[in-house]
Design a protein around this ligand. Structure first.
Ligand code: MET
Ligand SMILES: [Zn+2]
Ligand SMILES: [Zn+2]
Length: 463
């Protein structure tokens, strides 16, 4: 198929599809690749000077790279918590499967919660598969703080696409799909099967999504040997890759005490005792923060974080309440002694006085680490591709929680990787956005990663 793109500025001179420079006459109003006849989508490496950036921007849909158009279509599906339109997302992926000639399986893990699995079979069914996971839900928005409608996928004159999910993580879903499409169109086959899973519910904990899915026979039937899941953008030239995660502990401390008239010095109030616990926990927070600040080798994910996220209690100004509570979002570093840490929490409650208890709304107890040395053949393949592509990697512990924790907990090694560099970290933030050239470069990266991962020779356990 000849590309229908027209009137490219001469700055566009790299074919993302073939990863080759274009043979393009200077001043030509046409820029199509002489190898694949598709529109040019470069240049890369980006110099990110204003002139280059505006030269890369496509003005109208007829000029836009088809992968970008697909990305923007997906961004317009309102899979926003707390009431995501999962039906529309599932239909979208079914249509992708049809268009790409991939197998498509729908697994309803809870009523209304469907995991969609798209499968590209490998040539050697004896080998374990590659799992490319992405979640379909996105977090809510504060619309009034956005420069553009967060569900319109507006693209500005520089090429930034504004949308909830642009970074977290609708980009990755489409990058997987587009990389697979390219490889299929080029006629490749690989020994290992590639499964793409599109899962619901991640942003509220994954309990109706990946947590259930990994326990099902349909998951075991995928025979995943290795998984990729989401990472976080990196504002520098480097790419961050996550080999482990902190464990979310959501803790509610409830304090009970003597009630009474608001004008009196009541003894043993719920508020005083809650205040003590809050102080202990916030002092711990400060200590961890200082530890992070004072050691340049420590990254955010290596220390334990905590935030006070809710305070509840009380009915009137002049009534001392008998109960008050404080909720905390702890993210516990993987090297922490979990038992000792829980005892610490309990002792802070006890030290505050009688009638102070804690309960867990979330308590992940199974942190796993995916090795990042060449003893891990998946890491060897992943890092080799990055080296060959001249991408510098920054291996880290994920500060937040993703579905990777469920995947690793059932024994499947996983890396958290969103191929987004030179991008401000805007996940869950106002004006979440992604540059189209960064998005397209991510497709290139998966186009190199997937052949390598899906061709990892049989492991000792597989022969
Ligand atoms: C702890 S549930 C996970 C929800 C979200 N991904 C987060 O890290 O906060
Ligand atoms: Zn995410
Ligand atoms: Zn998120």
């Amino acid at each position: 198929a000849r590309c229908s793109h027209s009137t490219r500025p001469t700055g566009w001179r790299w074919c993302c599809f073939m990863e080759r420079p274009l043979t393009l006459t200077r001043g030509s109003s046409w820029a199509h690749c002489s190898y694949c006849h598709r529109g040019a989508t470069g240049p890369w490496p980006l110099t990110f000077q204003l002139t280059t950036r505006s030269a890369m921007t496509s003005k109208g849909p007829e000029e836009e790279h088809p992968s970008v158009t697909l990305f923007r279509q997906y961004l317009r599906i309102r899979t926003v918590q707390p009431k995501p339109d999962y039906g529309a997302a599932v239909a979208f992926f079914e249509e992708r499967a049809r268009q790409l000639g991939l197998g498509c399986q729908k697994v309803e893990v809870a009523p209304g919660y469907v995991v969609t699995v798209l499968t590209w079979p490998g040539t050697n069914p004896a080998l374990s598969s590659i799992l490319l996971n992405s979640h379909t839900d996105v977090v809510p928005v504060f619309k009034e703080h956005w420069s553009h409608d967060p569900f319109e996928a507006f693209k500005d004159s520089e090429g930034y696409i504004y949308a909830r999910g642009a970074q977290d993580m609708k980009c990755v879903s489409i990058q997987y799909l587009e990389a697979v499409r390219r490889l299929k169109v080029e006629g490749h086959r690989f020994p290992r099967t590639i499964h793409m899973t599109f899962v619901p519910d991640e942003e509220v904990g994954g309990h109706q999504g990946m947590e259930l899915f990994v326990q099902r026979p349909e998951f075991h039937a995928l025979r995943a040997g290795f998984a990729l899941d989401e990472g976080i953008a990196n504002p520098t030239d480097a790419f961050t890759v996550f080999y482990s995660e902190r464990s979310p502990w959501w803790v509610r401390v409830t304090s009970t005490g003597r009630p009474g008239h608001g004008s009196l010095f009541i003894e043993d109030t719920a508020a005083e005792k809650l205040h003590k616990v809050v102080s202990s926990i916030l002092a711990f927070r400060e200590k961890e923060w200082q530890r992070l600040q004072s050691n340049p080798h420590l990254k955010e994910g290596a220390v334990t974080s905590v935030n006070l996220t809710k305070l509840e209690g009380g009915v009137a100004y002049n009534v001392v309440p008998a109960t008050m509570s404080a909720s905390f979002d702890f993210r516990v570093a993987p090297d922490v002694d979990f038992k000792a840490f829980e005892e610490q929490l309990q002792s802070w409650c006890q030290a505050a006085g009688e009638g102070v208890t804690l309960e867990f709304a979330q308590k992940w107890m199974h942190p796993q680490v995916t090795p990042t040395d060449d003893s891990n053949p998946w890491w060897a393949a992943f890092s080799r591709v990055c080296k060959d592509m001249n991408l510098s990697l920054e291996p880290e512990i994920m500060p937040a929680a993703t579905d990777s924790r469920f995947i690793r907990a059932v024994g499947v090694p996983a890396l958290g990787f969103s191929p987004l560099n030179r991008t401000p970290v805007l996940l869950h933030d106002h004006d979440e956005r992604l540059h189209e050239a960064v998005f397209l470069r991510g497709v290139d990266i998966y186009t190199r990663l997937l052949p390598a991962l899906a061709s990892v020779p049989a492991l000792p356990s597989e022969s």
